[in-house]
Design a protein around this ligand. Structure first.
Ligand code: PLP
Length: 378
């Protein structure tokens, strides 16, 4: 069944499955226990940490394994809530994932400044650069959150420029790389401030992710209790899942090198053919740089909850564009954040392919959209 909801979650990659099973057999003990078998697991855990540091950049000791991006976002925001001067702001890209927006609202409330974005949702770096906005003085933005790639539209953010800008201004930066990793090159993305990511977005198991610490975050250690992960996290390290995450990412990095340009072409062909087959359909942020796998559509009529089940009946699994849940009804928060009214946001459908999606799958999806359009219209 052609699966077009990879931004919600991916199937487990065979290499990740094999790695996970082997590690469950050979290295299942708690890496933090004191017997010899544990010490062996600990060595392998530290080797996995090195692997991520090599793939993403920065020092291995700044990599912390978490249960996913949501945990990482909560850790960083809670750290900022404790440590940033009370009269400063945090600047957040309005199209962030709810795993960032919800804790930010809970912890910072009226101290949030929503960053200026263009019509595609790309953060305006010049607006950030000018006007002495960034800094640690009263009224300035002392921390910034901008994702690498958007989960609904696939729009890419200038995270390298933002990281540099924040570093020069001495302010903290959190980059949610959940949708970037495994699709675009990992190299360098760990070099900036805080980075969060999630294995199940790139062929790894669900329930494991990583948090790369910023250089200025040493104070985070020891504050949350627990001796694991160098004082950052009290939970048992899940070595089999961490190893599987590493195997999945390493494989995706290779696919990226050989397969990306063709995948970009298939995405563009789909958009062109769909707009011809279903008049009035719009691609959100059509002209922006986007992930090769993601297309956010505004359907010309009928709410997304009428399209998604009908496409499913024809064998195609797509999403409504509301958070990461294909079954979730209603308007897409990201599409709303781009200035679309609620009625329009309710017509958003997100399509997200994977490395194994074929050109035929894309063509089949176009035909299914055309057939459902007839059905829904009548
Ligand atoms: N950030 C983005 C951009 C996402 O698409 C998701 C998907 O759910 C998350 C964070 C949450 O990740 P996790 O499931 O690991 O908590």
């Amino acid at each position: 069944m052609p699966y077009f909801d990879h931004n919600a979650t991916t199937p487990l990659a065979p290499v990740a499955r094999a790695t996970w099973l082997r590690a469950q057999d050979e290295a299942w003990q708690n890496p933090s226990s004191l017997y010899r078998a544990s010490a062996q697991v600990k060595i392998r855990l530290e080797a996995a940490r090195e692997k991520f540091a090599i793939l993403l950049g920065d020092a291995a000791e700044r990599y912390v394994f978490t249960s996913g991006a949501t945990e990482g976002a909560n850790l960083v925001l809670a750290h900022w809530a404790r440590t940033l001067p009370a009269d400063t702001w945090i600047g957040i890209n309005p199209t962030e994932h709810p795993c960032v927006v919800a804790p930010a609202l809970a912890l910072f409330g009226s101290r949030i400044r929503w960053l200026t974005v263009d019509a595609a949702g790309v953060v305006n770096v010049e607006a950030l650069r000018h006007g002495n906005q960034l800094g640690n003085q009263a009224g300035q933005i002392a921390a910034v959150v901008v994702m690498a790639a958007n989960n609904v539209t696939g729009v890419l953010q200038p995270w390298g420029l933002i990281a540099e800008l924040c570093q020069n201004a001495g302010v903290a930066y959190l980059c949610d790389a959940s949708q970037w990793l495994g699709k675009l090159p990992a190299g360098g993305i760990g070099g900036g401030g805080f980075v969060i990511a999630s294995a199940h977005k790139f062929g790894g198991p669900k329930g494991v992710g990583l948090l790369k610490l910023a250089p200025q975050s040493e104070g985070l250690r020891g504050q949350l209790g627990g001796g694991q992960e160098r004082g950052l996290r009290g939970g048992t390290e899940d070595f089999p899942s961490i190893a599987a995450m590493g195997a999945a990412l390493a494989e995706a990095e290779q696919k990226k090198v050989f397969m990306e340009s063709e995948r970009l072409r298939w995405r563009d062909d789909f958009e062109r053919e769909l707009t011809a087959a279903v008049p009035g359909v719009r691609v959100v942020a059509a002209d922006a740089d986007r992930l090769w796998n993601t297309v956010a559509l505004i359907m010309p009529f009928a709410e997304n909850t009428r399209w998604v089940p009908r496409l499913d009946k024809r064998g195609f699994q797509v999403a409504t564009g509301a958070a990461c849940s294909s079954g979730q009804a209603g308007s897409s928060a990201v599409v709303s954040a781009l200035g679309f009214d609620v009625e329009t946001a309710r017509r958003a459908v997100r399509v997200s392919s994977g490395w194994d999606t074929t050109a035929d799958d894309w063509r089949g999806l176009t035909a299914a959209f055309a057939a459902v359009a007839e059905e829904v219209r009548s």
